[in-house]
Design a protein around this ligand. Structure first.
Ligand SMILES: *Cc1c(COP(=O)(O)O)cnc(C)c1O
Length: 823
C-alpha cells in the first residue's frame, strides 16, 4: 500500500474522522484486519471487521494497549479518547473502498482471474512464467474473497509493473464489488463447475455473475469447448466490446487452437495462432494441468512481445503446494515445512503459522530460508525487508541458504548464519543447535529443502495420522455460528485432543481465542502449560496427589464432592493463596462425578462461604443422552434440575458465576440452553449428530511395503484365515492393531482406500501389519493407503467394529505420528 494521510484515508473509506490529540501517528501505510498480526512501526490502521463468528471491535482495547493508534469502526461506542477513529457504516465496505481507491492510483496492467477451478494455479504459473520480465504483485495463496481481494490489491505499490489477482464468489451480486476493486484490464475465465452452486438458481446465472469481473476489460481469455461458456462469453465480449482470446483443444472456430500429445510424464502442446505455430512442453499429463497451461499460453499471445521467450518456462512449471506441513522434529522442535516458493507474501503467511505454534515466546523461533527469487525487487532492499519482517515477528535466528542471501548477509540485523548451498549446510549440520524451537523451513523449489526437513525430522514409522488444521478452524467456526457471540467456549482437549495430538491443537485453539481448555487429568494440563499455553485450563478429574501441580501450574479443578472441596481448600491454604478458581459439577442424572443432593450442595455452599480460599468460576452439569432424540424428555429433566441447582448456588454468592451444560451434540440440538458457556468436544474433531457442514480433520494413512501375487489354493496371514477368490494380488501395509486399527476389521470386514479404489482387508490383522486384497488395481509399493479420512468416514469405521467415533479417534496409538497441515 502507498502512504496516506489520515484525511486521505477518511475520504477513501468515506468515513468520519475523530482525531485524538494524544495520537502521534499521522500517516497510514498498512491495513490490518487480524488483530494477531499487528506490529508496531508499520503505520497500520486496523479495520474492525464483523464476520459470522468474530467481531473486530472486540480487540480494539487490546490493540491500543499494544500501541495501535488508528481504527476504522462501524460501532460508535467503540470510539475512545486514546485513539484516532474513522466511523463508517460498514467496515468491510470501507476496506473495499480503500482497495478500489488504491487500485486507481496505479496505471500498470492488472490481470483478473475467475472461474470454478484453477484460479490459484493459473495465477501462480503466470507469475512463474512472467517473473523474469515483470515485477509482479499478486494475491497471496487463494485470497479471493470479499476480504481477501481488497487485502491483495492493497499490496500494490510503485515497485511493481504487473498485477495478477483472483476473484471468487459464492452468491449473486458479489462480483460487482470485486470488479471495482481489481478493475482488471485483461481477464482469464478458467472454467465453470458445480462449486458454490447452492446460492445460484442455475449454472447460467453463476457464469453470468462471474463474467461481471471482466466488464471493463480490454481482452478476455476463455476456452470455447464448453457450450455454455462458448455462448455466454462470446455474447458478453460482443456486448462490452472486449477482444476475445478464445481457444480450443477440439478444433472449434477460435482465435487459438491447441493440440496436446501426452507422453508418460509430460505433455507436448502445440499452439496454432494466426499463421504461426508454437510448441511447448509441460511436466504434467492430466486434463486440468493441460487446460491451465493453455490459459497461460493464450494470455501470452495477448502480449505485444513474442511468446517464444517464455516457452522454456513451461517445462519448469511446478505443482502448487497450497499447504504448510507441521511435523514433530528432533530435540523438542516443531517443523513447519513450506518448500514451494519464497516470496515475501507467502513468507508472511508462514510466519503467522509459526507464531501460532510458538505460543507466546515459549519456544524459540528459527527460520531456514533460501534465496528469494523472482521478486524483481532490488536485492539489498528485499533482504532488508525480510530482516524487518523477522524482527516484527520476533524471530530468534535465521539460517540463510543460497548465494544471494549469503551475499546480502549484511542486510540482517538479527542473529543469523549463512551457507552458500544446501549441501554446505548439510555438511556442517549440528543436531544440537536445534533445540526447543519452532523452525520454519522455507525455500524455493530448486533448493530441495525437504532434505533439510529430513535431517531435522523425528524418524517416524510410515503410518501417520494427518490432522488438517484448516478443517479444525472451520469446525470451530461452524459451532460458533450456532452460538451467541458472547457465549464462552470451552474446548475439550482431553485424551490428547481426542487423539488428534495435543499441544499443537491447544496452540491453535489459543490462537483462535477460545475461552477455556479442558483436560481429564492434571498431567495433561501440566504438559500444556509447559508448552506455553496460557488460557485457563479446567481439570475434570483432579486427583488428590495432583493438587500441588494444579496450584503450581494455575490449573482449575472441577469440584464434585465435599471431601474433594475440603482437601483442595487445605492445599490452597497451605500455599497461602486466596480466591483460587474452581468449578462445581452437578450430577443431574448421569450418575457419574458430581454433587447430587440438595444436602450436599448446601454443605458445599457453607464450606465455600466459610473461607475466601476458593472462588466459583462456573457451575456445570453433563448430559447423558444429548445425541439421542428418544432421550429428549430425560434431557429436559436434566436442564430443569440444573437450572434449579444453579439458582440455589448463585444466589448464595455475591459474584457472577458462569453456567454450562451443553456438549457438542447438545449445542447442535439444544442451542437455547447455551447459557453463557458451552463445552465443545467431538464436534470440533468433525463428528456431527445433525449433518452440520463439518470437515473431516483426521486421516489415518500408511504406505504399501510390498505387493505379491497369491494363487487360488494359498491363504493370507495367521491361522490361514485369508481366503483368496482365485489368483489375487495382495499388498502388505505396516499398520496393525497395535497402531489402533481394531482387529474386528479383519477378514474383509474393513476396507482401505488406495489410488481411487476401496479394497478389503484380507486375513487377520496382525500386531504391526495387515494385508489388503488389491486384485484388479494398479496398487504398487510406496502407494498411500487411507484407513479413514476423506474417503472412508470415522463413523463408518466405528459402525463396522460396533463402537463410537470417540473410541476410534482416541484409540490411535501414540506411536502413530501426528502430522499437521494448514493452508
Ligand atoms: C468430554 C466431555 C465433553 C465433550 O463431549 P462431546 O460429546 O465430545 O462434545 C463435555 N463435557 C464433559 C464433562 C466431558 O467430559
Amino acid at each position: 500500500m502507498h502512504t496516506l494521510s489520515l484525511t486521505e484515508l477518511a475520504a477513501a473509506v468515506k468515513g468520519r474522522l475523530f482525531v485524538s490529540p494524544t495520537v502521534t501517528q499521522s500517516i497510514i501505510s498498512k491495513a490490518v484486519t487480524d488483530s494477531r498480526t499487528y506490529f508496531k512501526g508499520s503505520n497500520p490502521v486496523f479495520f474492525a471487521l464483523i464476520g459470522p463468528s468474530n467481531n473486530g471491535h472486540r480487540y480494539i482495547l487490546q490493540l491500543q494497549e499494544k500501541g495501535m493508534q488508528v481504527f476504522v469502526v462501524s460501532d460508535k461506542s467503540a470510539i475512545n479518547k486514546k485513539g484516532t477513529f474513522i466511523l463508517v457504516d460498514n467496515t468491510k465496505t470501507a476496506l473495499q473502498n480503500l482497495a478500489a481507491f488504491t487500485r486507481n492510483r496505479f496505471k500498470y496492467p492488472v490481470i483478473g482471474i475467475t472461474g470454478s477451478n484453477g484460479k490459484t494455479i493459473i495465477k501462480e504459473w503466470l507469475h512463474d512464467i512472467l517473473s523474469s520480465e515483470y515485477k509482479i504483485v499478486r494475491s497471496p495463496k487463494s485470497y479471493n474473497s470479499q476480504v481477501g481481494v481488497p487485502l491483495s490489491v492493497l499490496l500494490m505499490n510503485d515497485e511493481f509493473d504487473l498485477g495478477i489477482f483472483e476473484a471468487g464468489i459464492s452468491e449473486p451480486g458479489e462480483m460487482k464489488n470485486l470488479e471495482e476493486i481489481i478493475s482488471p484490464n485483461i481477464g482469464v475465465l478458467t472454467n465453470i463447475g458445480d462449486a458454490h452452486q447452492e446460492n445460484f438458481v442455475s449454472t447460467e446465472q453463476k457464469l453470468n455473475e462471474k463474467l461481471q469481473l471482466f466488464k471493463n476489460c480490454k481482452s478476455l481469455v476463455f476456452r470455447t469447448d464448453n457450450d455454455l461458456i462458448n455462448r455466454q462469453a462470446n455474447e458478453f465480449c460482443k456486448k462490452h466490446k472486449i477482444e476475445k482470446i478464445n481457444w480450443t483443444l477440439e478444433n472449434r472456430e477460435t482465435a487459438i487452437r491447441f493440440s496436446a500429445e501426452r507422453n508418460t510424464d509430460n505433455t507436448q502442446i502445440t499452439a496454432f495462432y494466426k499463421d504461426k505455430t508454437f510448441k511447448f512442453t509441460i511436466p504434467f499429463t492430466d486434463d486440468s494441468a493441460i487446460e491451465n497451461a493453455c490459459h497461460c499460453f493464450a494470455y501470452l499471445l495477448a502480449l505485444p512481445e513474442n511468446p517464444e521467450k517464455y516457452i522454456s518456462k513451461f517445462a519448469q512449471l511446478q505443482p502448487i503446494a497450497m499447504r504448510l506441513e507441521i511435523k514433530q522434529g528432533i530435540n523438542n522442535c516443531l517443523l513447519i515445512n513450506d518448500y514451494y516458493n519464497s516470496d515475501l507474501n507467502s513468507l508472511t503467511i508462514a510466519l503467522s503459522v509459526l507464531q501460532q505454534q510458538a505460543a507466546k515466546e515459549h519456544l524459540h523461533k528459527q527460520v531456514i530460508l533460501s534465496d528469494i527469487q523472482q521478486t524483481g525487487l532490488d536485492k539489498e532492499f528485499l533482504y532488508k525487508k525480510v530482516d524487518e519482517l523477522f524482527r516484527q515477528w520476533g524471530i530468534d535466528r535465521v539460517i540463510g541458504i543460497g548465494p544471494d542471501i549469503s551475499a546480502h548477509k549484511n542486510a540482517f540485523t538479527i542473529d543469523a548464519e549463512f551457507y552458500h548451498s544446501r549441501a554446505d549446510f548439510e555438511e556442517r549440520f549440528l543436531r544440537n543447535k536445534f533445540n526447543s524451537s519452532v523452525i520454519l523451513i522455507k525455500g524455493a523449489r530448486q533448493f530441495e529443502f525437504e532434505k533439510i526437513s529430513g535431517l531435522l525430522q523425528q524418524k517416524a514409522h510410515q503410518t501417520v495420522l494427518e490432522i488438517n488444521l484448516n478443517a479444525l478452524i472451520n469446525n470451530l467456526t461452524v459451532f460458533k455460528n450456532l452460538l451467541k457471540p458472547e457465549t464462552k467456549i470451552m474446548v475439550m482437549v482431553k485424551a490428547f485432543s481426542y487423539g488428534s495430538g495435543d499441544v499443537e491443537i491447544a496452540r491453535l485453539l489459543q490462537y483462535q481465542n477460545v475461552d477455556y481448555l479442558a483436560v481429564a487429568v492434571a498431567d495433561e494440563g501440566v504438559q500444556l502449560r509447559n508448552a506455553g499455553i496460557t488460557v485457563p485450563i479446567i481439570v475434570m478429574n483432579p486427583e488428590q496427589n495432583s493438587f500441588q501441580n494444579i496450584i503450581d501450574y494455575h490449573l482449575q479443578p472441577n469440584i464434585y464432592s465435599l471431601e474433594l472441596l475440603v482437601n483442595f481448600t487445605k492445599a490452597v491454604s497451605v500455599n497461602g493463596l486466596q480466591n483460587f478458581p474452581v468449578h462445581l459439577k452437578i450430577d443431574t442424572g448421569m450418575n457419574r462425578l458430581g454433587l447430587k443432593t440438595k444436602h450436599e450442595i448446601s454443605e458445599i455452599i457453607n464450606s465455600l462461604k466459610a473461607s475466601n480460599r476458593l472462588t466459583i468460576q462456573s457451575v456445570f452439569s453433563h448430559l447423558a443422552g444429548s445425541d439421542d432424540p428418544e432421550l429428549d424428555e430425560f434431557t429436559h429433566h436434566q436442564f430443569e434440575q440444573f437450572e434449579k441447582c444453579f439458582e440455589f448456588i448463585s444466589k448464595s454468592f455475591p459474584y457472577k458465576i458462569d453456567r454450562h451444560i451443553l456438549n457438542s451434540a447438545g449445542i447442535e440440538r439444544f442451542p437455547e440452553k447455551q447459557y453463557n458457556m458451552v463445552r465443545l468436544g467431538i464436534g470440533l474433531y468433525g463428528i456431527s449428530q445433525t449433518d452440520l457442514p463439518l470437515e473431516n480433520i483426521g486421516t489415518l494413512k500408511s504406505t504399501i511395503s510390498q505387493v505379491k501375487s497369491v494363487k487360488t489354493n494359498e491363504t493370507v496371514g495367521y491361522n490361514r484365515k485369508g481366503k483368496v477368490n482365485g489368483r489375487s494380488k495382495i499388498a502388505v501395509v505396516p499398520i496393525g492393531y497395535a497402531d489402533g486399527l481394531d482387529r474386528k476389521l479383519s477378514n474383509r470386514n474393513g476396507q482401505a482406500f488406495v489410488n481411487g479404489n476401496r479394497v478389503p482387508i484380507i486375513g487377520n490383522i496382525c500386531m504391526d501389519m495387515l494385508m489388503l486384497d488389491v486384485s484388479g488395481t494398479n496398487a504398487k509399493p510406496g502407494d498411500t493407503v487411507e484407513f479413514f479420512g476423506p474417503n472412508i468416514s470415522i463413523t463408518e469405521l466405528a459402525e463396522k467394529v460396533g463402537t463410537i467415533p470417540y473410541e476410534i479417534l482416541t484409540g490411535i496409538s501414540q506411536r502413530v505420528k501426528r502430522i499437521y497441515v494448514q493452508e
